[in-house]
Design a protein around this ligand. Structure first.
Ligand SMILES: Nc1ncnc2c1ncn2[C@@H]1O[C@H](COP(=O)(O)OP(=O)(O)OP(=O)(O)O)[C@@H](O)[C@H]1O
Ligand SMILES: [Mg+2]
Length: 204
């Protein structure tokens, strides 16, 4: 059983990344997903550290997580929180729309808000619930949104969009395989993705 994600990039990763801000990895099993998410957590810590050192009040990172039901979005957030040192129970926000978590990254308190919009009946349901303030807080904040597509254009631009795809849900041999694609949409997202690329290329 492989425990490392297999990079699908060919050529020079940095060059390819700068060209289209896109990076895709194939994970053979859940352990590979965990290893990839651990690398993402380290890249995320670096990004937050550098943002906090410049301006703590505007240190924000927005990440969307898309993929079919059961593709592994919440599982990814659980591995991410664990790698970031969170030791509490991680509840899925499917019913609450948002679960807050407090992290310490380099001794600095960081708020991590985990959203899940799957159950929303309309795109503005989350803003009507007063949850928009988490995106404009004056504290260092990470917002991760499952089912962001349900919010249409009520969400701010995500720095990084992640899409998780089961390889072939009907093929039992591929039950644990996932294709994980990253799109950077901002300069912060691109820096984060560059950092992730450099970490994952050493995983192979
Ligand atoms: N390679 C893999 N990566 C991630 N999860 C995997 C993998 N292989 C199997 N799994 C399993 O797939 C399931 C994913 O469930 P999870 O709740 O994380 O999905 P989800 O995308 O959040 O679904 P929902 O849209 O309902 O919120 C978990 O049971 C996890 O153990
Ligand atoms: Mg989920």
């Amino acid at each position: 059983m492989s425990t490392s994600p297999t990079s699908k990039l060919t050529g020079n990763p940095a060059e390819q990344l700068n060209k289209n801000s896109f990076y895709e990895l194939h994970c053979n099993d859940e352990a590979a997903t965990a290893a990839l998410v651990q690398a993402l957590a380290q890249a995320l810590s670096t990004s937050m550290n550098s943002q906090v050192s410049q301006s703590p009040a505007s240190a924000h990172l927005y990440i969307s997580l898309q993929g079919d039901l059961g593709s592994g979005k919440t599982t990814a957030v659980r591995y991410l929180l664990k790698e970031l040192g969170y030791t509490g129970k991680v509840k899925s926000p499917t019913y609450s729309l948002c679960e807050p978590h407090i992290l310490q990254i380099n001794q600095y308190p960081i708020q991590l808000y985990h959203f899940d919009f799957y159950r929303m009946q309309s795109p503005s349901e989350w803003t009507e619930a007063g949850l928009q303030e988490h995106f404009t807080s004056h504290e260092p904040t990470i917002c991760i949104v499952e089912w962001s597509e349900k919010a249409d254009n009520t969400l701010p631009l995500m720095d990084l969009s992640i899409r998780i795809k089961a390889s072939d849900p009907l093929d039992h041999h591929k039950e644990y395989e996932r294709l994980i694609a990253f799109h950077a949409n901002t300069s912060i997202g691109l820096e984060l993705l560059n950092n992730l690329v450099s970490k994952t290329t050493t995983l192979n």
